[in-house]
Design a protein around this ligand. Sequence first.
Ligand SMILES: Nc1nc2c(c(=O)[nH]1)N[C@H]1C(S)=C(S)[C@@H](COP(=O)(O)O)O[C@H]1N2
Ligand SMILES: [Mo]
Length: 420
Amino acid sequence: MVDFAVDGAYTALTGSRRARACETVTLMTTLSRRCFLERSVRAAAGLTIAGRAFDVLGDERVVGAVPLPFSKGTRLNDALFIGEHGEAVARVTGSGLGGRLAFDLSRLSPGGLIVGNREFFIRTRYPRLLDPDEPWRIRLRGFERPRRELSLHDLAPLVRPMGPHLIECSGNTSWRHFGLISTAEWSGAPLVQVLEQFGLPRRAKRVLVSGFDKHSRRRSSDSNAGASWVFTLEQLEAAGAFLATRMNGEPLPKDHGRPVRLVMPGWYGCTCIKWVDEIAIVEDDVRATGQMKEFAGRTHQEGTPRRARDYSPAEMDLAAMPVRVERWRVDGKTVCRIVGILWGGERTTDKLDIDIDGHGRAPVGDCEHHTNATWTLWTHTWRPKRPGRYRIAMQVGDPAIRTRRLDRGYYVRTVDVDLV
Ligand SMILES: Nc1nc2c(c(=O)[nH]1)N[C@H]1C(S)=C(S)[C@@H](COP(=O)(O)O)O[C@H]1N2
Ligand SMILES: [Mo]
């Protein structure tokens, strides 16, 4: 009974958010809700589930992907992240090159880890000069066969489900509450397969992928027109690059590249060219594109190399940040439940640490990291002793894992906590 009440309270407090989220974010399914209840009931009874003991009042745990909130407690309003005054989240601003939409990360829940098409972050909106009624053609350059272009019809037989993949803008900052990051389920055609099918020359090494990028205004305040990136065939193969035509079961929305975009799993969003209209086999010493140069700093290059071959892969390192700090009242005390994400990198870790206010690192309470393709939700229980402002920094305690952004404090967030 207690658990039912807890679940009820939890739903009541998050209900309105969820109702709003319903439209576009996949929410807890009936099945996972049922599991949630079952697990809550079993946990409350003090049972051991899957070999793990539950200290129900002291330490809330995640079972599988479903969180068990404090079994006897009331959820209060969340503590707010401060010092992130900038653009609003969850509201589209600007148009064309300056068009943006930040996803509201604080809404993530274990059952809602796929972002709907209308909420997925946007960096550059549909170019006004593009005519959606024109049949789409991808120009081919440098291919062996006399073929000059590809149509969507040519791609169709190669399109298949690609599963969930996360995209993060390399310029994802606190200015938009770090909301230039999202995950969707994609369908597309593996790029290397497309190249091979349509006459990839045997000696080909580098491939240029370009997207339509003519906007009525050539420059916006923080970006330049011209979207293209040069990859090696090995990079495309290793990352599992694909030409996406569908997102969350629907044709790509206009702002996300309709009718076709590149998804480069594990690489920053600036390589995920939208409105792909040209694929070219290029010389080994080809010059870097304007896009590569523009994003050199944000993709951790050394300086701004002039040749494409001098760019290192624009991969996202493993990173983590808090996305919500829930305040709960449990036994007359304030207990915080920090919910965060872990993403990027090439291998999973069981060594995620949290450092609150520089008081030293502690392992995160609950984090089961099974994939690098998409984000993982973690939670950490924290009992602040006094009200105040706290800096939350994440670290990975595995020297074999590169974490350039975490090392620099890029995703550190500060919260204001009131005690009750
Ligand atoms: N043609 C084109 N493709 C583009 C861009 C662009 O400006 N023009 N921006 C890139 C950047 S910087 C990012 S982060 C991703 C964002 O993809 P999204 O808007 O679908 O989230 O698209 C990439 N592809
Ligand atoms: Mo980006």
